[in-house]
Design a protein around this ligand. Structure first.
Ligand code: ADP
Ligand code: MG
Length: 701
């Protein structure tokens, strides 16, 4: 532990703590972004134009000029040539150091102009002392934490830190070529690897350091991935010691058990994929250990009915189920559907489906809460309201979270606690339409079990996606008219304008007015997030019932809305949307048997162009409708940080390993984690503490 007394913290020390650089090991693992070569002095005569060099020279003139702007101009001479140094910001102390006659080392980019060589704002230091023998590290830092301070702190920490090897020699070998680091088979210790990366010798090929392919980097990345895998395995195993209700079919009642009754009542048969995931879930529920299962399936793959069947398993066993959705509209759709499916089966048993949402009349809410508390509500559907404190479940056996990426760790924890009094935890089923790419599933989600619906219900026609320039809006409007004339319905989505919700709204309002005028005789509705809930509900009802031909909305319809008769989705300013958002929106159509289309209207920006990543997104949309492929490309475009969203907020992301390039290391870490944990539990413990410190808890929710 650092020795500094917390009472008198310097700003730099505070900045260190803020960056999580608290223990010596944290500093030792804070690795450079890049390096500067201060090991050589270049004679000015040999300094190439545009190169970054270190020179050692004597100040010949030094003066402050006021025009054209205040600046310090310094001339230096190293015997082979001269150079002019310019500083636009400087302190009185600079003037003293840069006085005529001073001999100093300067480091910066040389520009050779008509007026001779120049350096802008070079770094400088006294010319005394030997040249360093290693490259100078440049660390990631924040305001108020100077490189020099950070470098000193890291050097001290490296000397002090205790670094026993934690990667046991009997772990499986890495599936990599010769010359690369192997556990137990390499001469390079962790200390040597760190020493090397902080202070590499000047002859090392810089490219292998910068792209993290050097064996020393490989070793650290492998260790980092191993820590992550162990930590997730630990939380998974810890969960195996917890108890959950055993939810297995009980009834031999007339006509069969509840799930069987629902299957018989459904107007369709389940797909093979739905059957398979239902069986996976049922097996978990019967185990008496809390399930933490992620159910992923593309938009429209039919997750809701799987949730309903799972709920019925719980209910049949005499327990309650909660289903939580991120928006009121979505929760309401679920409620409508589930009431239709379940109430006929529940009513004979004296059970009901309850509704809980933020915007609810006091009286209604009170009666719903009473139903939940008495256990009469076998299923509770709602928004975040479901996890509020006043909601007391009699016997919560299963909690289902739809669009799980919209919820955070805290909410998941709150749900788990809803059964705390009885020493049991409820089972957890998380659903997501955004499939998690394999590498992410294997790393950040390694503690979850995953079920995948990889098949769409039969009879769906693929959605044709068209990219159309904004200037051809008229054609799109004609297309809308034709669809509506054929009895179909249309979504028109206006983009979210991040800076201003008001602008966003005025945009949608204007579009609504335009379309109403352009489509006489068609009922055009408007839906946006600021509308009162009752109004939203009324609009949705008109659209769901088929009375409304066109629904103009902001992205509120993004998730879950299910209107099979809708056959055309128009997305305005599609270039402003994220890839998975576009995919989700497109999934709102093509749910019935009618041929469906998605039109992505794009508009060039002021400079007449569509940005590169926006182009990539639109291209991906036109090229594929496979949710997994979309997710993979999305990860490629955005990186895991954004992709993970709420799950990881506050949790440590991988700092060094890159899931795109380090899949072999990830495979190794997955294989090695259980081995280390089983054969060398103390080493495993130490390894996780070293890499994750106190942060491992975030990953366990
Ligand atoms: P998502 O996975 O996106 O939540 P939904 O559960 O909303 O998808 O299902 C989309 C539509 O498909 C719904 O209208 C649902 O009733 C219907 N559906 C679900 N499973 C099947 C099936 N096996 N055969 C036909 N239609 C189905
Ligand atoms: Mg859904």
């Amino acid at each position: 532990m650092p020795s500094a007394a917390p009472a008198a913290q310097s700003p730099a020390r505070k900045a260190l703590i803020k960056m999580g650089l608290v223990r010596d090991i944290d500093l030792a693992l804070h690795l450079p972004l890049r390096y500067e070569d201060e090991t050589r002095i270049t004679p000015l005569a040999q300094a190439r134009d545009g190169s970054t060099v270190q020179i050692e020279a004597t100040v010949t003139t030094s003066e402050v000029q006021l025009r054209p702007r205040r600046q310090l101009l310094v001339q230096v001479d190293d015997g082979t040539g001269t150079c002019e140094l310019r500083f636009f910001s400087f302190y009185p102390s600079h003037l003293k150091t840069l006085a005529v006659g001073a001999r100093l080392r300067f480091r910066g980019e040389v520009r050779g102009g008509f007026w001779g060589r120049q350096m802008l704002h070079p770094a400088f230091r006294a010319a005394s002392g030997e040249l360093p023998r290693a490259l100078t590290p440049v660390y990631p830092t924040v305001n108020g934490l100077p490189q020099a301070y950070l470098r000193r702190a890291i050097v001290t920490a490296l000397q002090r830190v205790d670094l026993p090897e934690t990667v046991a020699p009997d772990l499986p070998p890495l599936p990599l070529g010769p010359g690369l680091w192997q556990p137990g088979r390499s001469a390079m210790t962790l200390r040597e690897a760190l020493q090397f990366l902080h202070h590499p010798p000047p002859d090392v090929p810089l490219a292998t350091l910068e792209d993290h392919s050097h064996p020393a980097w490989q070793r650290l990345k492998a260790e980092e991935l191993l820590a992550q895998q162990i930590s997730q395995l630990q939380s998974k195993r810890a969960r195996d010691h917890l108890r959950a209700p055993v939810l297995a079919i009980q009834t031999a009642a007339e006509g069969g058990d509840l799930p069987t009754l629902l299957r018989a009542a459904l107007p369709f048969g389940l797909t093979g994929a739905q059957e398979r995931v239902c069986a996976e879930i049922a097996a978990d529920l019967a185990r008496g250990v809390p399930m933490h299962r992620l159910l992923q399936g593309d938009v429209g793959s039919g997750k809701t009915v799987v949730a309903a069947l799972s709920a019925l398993v719980a209910i049949d066993a005499g327990w309650q189920c909660a289903l939580m959705a991120p928006t009121e509209i979505l929760a309401e759709q679920h409620f409508g559907k589930l009431v239709g499916w379940l109430e006929p089966l529940l009513a004979p048993r004296g059970l009901r489906v309850a509704w809980l949402a933020g915007a609810q009349k006091k009286k209604e809410r009170a009666s719903m809460l009473a139903l939940v508390e008495s256990g009469e509500a076998a299923l509770v559907v709602g928004t975040h309201a479901v996890i509020q404190e006043q909601v007391r479940f009699a016997r919560l056996g299963l909690a289902v979270i739809d669009e799980q990426h919209r919820f955070g760790v805290a909410q998941r924890l709150a749900l788990r606690k809803k059964l705390a009094a009885s020493q049991l935890e409820p089972h957890l089923l998380m659903m997501s339409a955004t499939p998690i790419p394999r590498t992410l599933a294997m790393s950040y989600y390694a503690d979850l079990d995953v079920s995948t619906i990889d098949e769409l219900p039969p009879g769906r026609t693929p959605v044709v996606t068209k990219l159309i320039a904004d200037s051809r809006k008229d054609e799109v409007v004609a297309r809308i008219a034709a669809q509506v004339a054929a009895g179909r319905q249309v979504y028109w989505v206006c983009p979210l304008i991040e800076e201003s919700e008001a602008l966003d709204l005025s945009n949608a309002t204007a579009t609504h007015a335009e379309l109403s005028e352009a489509l006489p005789g068609v009922l055009v509705g408007l839906l946006h997030s600021r509308m009162p809930v009752a109004e939203k509900r009324a609009v949705m009802e008109l659209f769901t019932s088929g009375a409304m031909g066109v629904l103009v909305s902001t992205t509120v319809i993004e998730v879950g809305v299910d209107v099979p008769n809708a056959s055309l989705m128009v997305i305005e300013h599609a270039e402003r949307f994220g890839l998975s958002q576009l995919h989700q929106l497109r999934g709102r159509v093509g749910r019935g048997a009618a041929a469906s289309a998605c039109v992505l209207l794009y508009a060039p920006n002021e400079s007449g162009r569509v940005g590169e990543t926006a182009k990539e997104r639109l291209r991906a949309m036109a090229e594929t409708s496979d949710g997994f492929e979309i997710a993979r490309r999305d990860l490629e475009i955005r990186g895991p940080g954004e992709f993970l969203g709420a799950r990881q907020s506050g949790a440590p992301l991988l700092r060094f390993a890159d899931l795109q390039t380090d899949t072999l290391l990830l495979d190794w870490a997955r294989e090695a984690a259980p081995v280390l944990l089983d054969r060398h539990p103390a080493l495993a413990e130490r390894h996780v503490a070293r890499w994750l410190g106190g942060k491992a808890d975030y990953l366990k929710a």
